[in-house]
Design a binder for this molecule. Structure first.
Ligand SMILES: Cc1cc2nc3c(=O)[nH]c(=O)nc-3n(C[C@H](O)[C@H](O)[C@H](O)COP(=O)(O)OP(=O)(O)OC[C@H]3O[C@@H](n4cnc5c(N)ncnc54)[C@H](O)[C@@H]3O)c2cc1C
Length: 288
């Protein structure tokens, strides 16, 4: 195996694209190194992207926040402005693993590892986040929900690297939240994870809403019908029940040691309602 420390995005792309066999970008390594140690992956080339200055920054402009793909969870959690603007996205990143894991793990790695239970992914989908990808064919920007295509599989092409996660500008009276359910309180992966992001009009009517679920299907899913059920309402119990039914209908989970499919479907509605209540409370107090 060849280990390459890339100093620029172009160098990382060139080295990944030139590999004959499997090639992997290395960010925090909290998935990749574990998988290599277990013999599950045997890459020919590993390209470390942590020393590329452009990937190590969080910036903000008129298009929103841009989180470099080598910025780890702990750094994101310490970014006050980002945390205040997108508390749901940051809390989803904050539940990943432990303090040690977060000092390495990146949300871009969480996305590219393509675990159905990846915590940051439903929150980023609910936020309407996109990723900027650079590859041999140039640069493109795609919605987060288009990256995972199945457990452990992404839509990224050979040589492509995610360089940034982009969070759009925030409307007034907006709030987001992420909640997961795990059998244990620490160091476990989600049985269900739900991200909710909504905006309110001046009179408190919901004007925009996105709901995404994780751990209940082969990939994290945007649930458009759940968002639609909230828009035009005061996010009252009737609207929440309609949206919860859409969440249940979107679930296509497996049975495993953490819970049966039926258990996951029922729990998804409960976690959705709690996350929606938190997002609503944040929207009502945002900008005050
Ligand atoms: C003890 C422990 C606890 C954990 N707990 C949780 C948890 O609670 N919730 C959870 O969701 N996850 C958890 N994880 C999994 C892991 O920490 C996350 O998935 C993490 O966010 C991965 O990020 P990374 O930077 O370490 O990725 P890496 O391991 O570096 O990479 C993961 C994959 O993504 C690819 N990749 C990374 N960056 C890029 C990029 N910029 N462009 C293209 N491809 C890229 C790599 O090639 C590799 O295939 C845990 C892991 C451990 C070891």
């Amino acid at each position: 195996m060849e280990y390459v420390v890339a100093r620029s995005i172009d160098e990382a792309v060139a080295r990944l694209a030139a590999a004959q066999g499997a090639a992997h970008a290395l960010a925090g390594g909290t998935d990749l190194i574990v998988q290599m140690t277990a013999g599950l992956r045997r890459p020919e080339v590993v390209v470390d992207i942590k020393n590329i200055p452009d990937l190590r920054r969080i910036t903000r402009d008129e298009a929103g926040f841009h989180i470099g793909s080598a910025v780890c969870g702990a750094e994101i959690n310490e970014h006050k402005e980002l945390k205040a603007t997108w508390p749901g996205v940051v809390e989803a990143i904050d539940v990943i693993g432990s303090m040690q894991v977060q000092s390495k793990a990146t949300p871009a790695g969480n996305l590219c590892n393509a675990s159905p239970a990846a915590d940051s992914v439903p929150a980023m989908i609910a936020a309407g986040a996109t990723v900027t990808i650079v590859g041999p064919q140039g640069r493109r920007e795609v919605p987060v929900e288009e990256i995972p295509v199945g457990p452990g599989k992404t839509s990224l092409q050979k040589g492509e690297v995610i360089v940034a996660i982009n969070l759009p500008p925030r409307k007034p009276r907006s709030g987001d939240a992420y909640l997961r359910f795990t059998p244990r309180t620490e160091m476990d992966i989600a049985v269900v994870g739900v991200g909710v992001n909504l905006s309110l009009d001046e009179d408190g009517t919901c004007s925009a809403a996105r709901v995404a679920v994780g751990a209940v299907a082969p990939t994290a899913l945007l649930v458009p019908d759940a968002g639609m059920a909230l828009i035009g309402t005061k996010v009252d119990e009737a609207a929440l029940e309609k949206a919860a039914a859409a969440v249940r209908a979107a679930c296509n989970p497996i049975d495993d040691k953490r819970g049966t499919a039926e258990y996951r479907i029922r729990t998804s509605a409960v976690i959705f309602k709690r996350a929606a209540a938190e997002a609503l409370a944040r929207a009502k107090t945002s900008g005050r």
